[in-house]
Ligand binder design. Sequence first.
Ligand SMILES: Cc1cc2nc3c(=O)[nH]c(=O)nc-3n(C[C@H](O)[C@H](O)[C@H](O)COP(=O)(O)O)c2cc1C
Length: 314
Amino acid sequence: MRIFLAPMEGVVDHNLRKLYCAIGGVDYAVTEFIRVSQSRLPDHVFYRLCPELTQPIKIPVRVQLLGSDPANLAEHAKRLADLGAIGIDLNFGCPAKTVNKSRGGACLLQEPNLLHDIASAVRTAVPQHIPVTAKMRLGFNAREGYIENAQALASGGIAELFVHGRSKVDGYKPPAYWHAIGEIQSALNIPVIANGEMWTPNDVKQCLDESGCTDVMLGRGLLATPDLALAVKALHNNQAYCFMPWQHILPKVWQYHLSTLESYDPKYAGNRLKQWLMYLQLNYPEAKPFFEAIKRMRTAQELENAYHRYQTGF
Ligand SMILES: Cc1cc2nc3c(=O)[nH]c(=O)nc-3n(C[C@H](O)[C@H](O)[C@H](O)COP(=O)(O)O)c2cc1C
């Protein structure tokens, strides 16, 4: 079984990927999406979103592109391959209005021929040994057309397909429709990786049973429970697992925050820490008072003082 860390724009950056790699259980990661429009993106954009191009970590990191122009996407994918990308993923799942309005993400699920053309152009542009993959939802306005869309991508030459088991209008509302992911897996002869609404090892087991898939991609569940992937693998191997207590998570969270201070403009200090704490509170009630204390703070010094107060019980 393979576990992929889901791409999450604004949350899962290279600092977090490195940390999850150290915690263990995750086998692959995908970057936040890089939006490709008409103009040619400079290389520093790729290095910023995927520093692993020059500083690889233990797990392979695929770079995700979002756009609608086959030739332009192909050109950017080729450039990424030249810069050392070990895989290219194509985003057909983003539900954001601004992205969909400019013909990107999930809205392309209404155009299966275009999906095929994008996959095919990117596949042709990138050397064969570099996998080209795609990530899609079950539809745009409704859960429909997903078999046709998946087949269009497969016939374009993708190596595997990530399926978030919801339509764009489903947003992030539970449930995720794992059986529909299974319908896609049955219709394709490439691996389909199931994604959506897996928060516990038992959720993963149920998803695999319902979909018939062997691999999963985990997003918010991993953010809420950083060692979820280890627990999933333990259950898969019939081994007992004891989740990390909050006292072990907290220093990792802080270490992550410090690494973000080196990566982003000081005016964004704490943004990514706050994002992660929002998810951690779902599983660790201890995270809540810390989040509440820092949520309006803006400077690294304020955050540092709050952290020390929190450690000593306020
Ligand atoms: C804040 C946030 C940012 C996301 N950014 C991306 C992205 O950049 N690319 C992408 O393909 N999916 C993105 N997603 C979707 C996730 O990868 C995943 O498909 C979704 O969260 C469902 O999985 P989960 O229930 O395990 O979280 C994002 C989701 C969230 C909540």
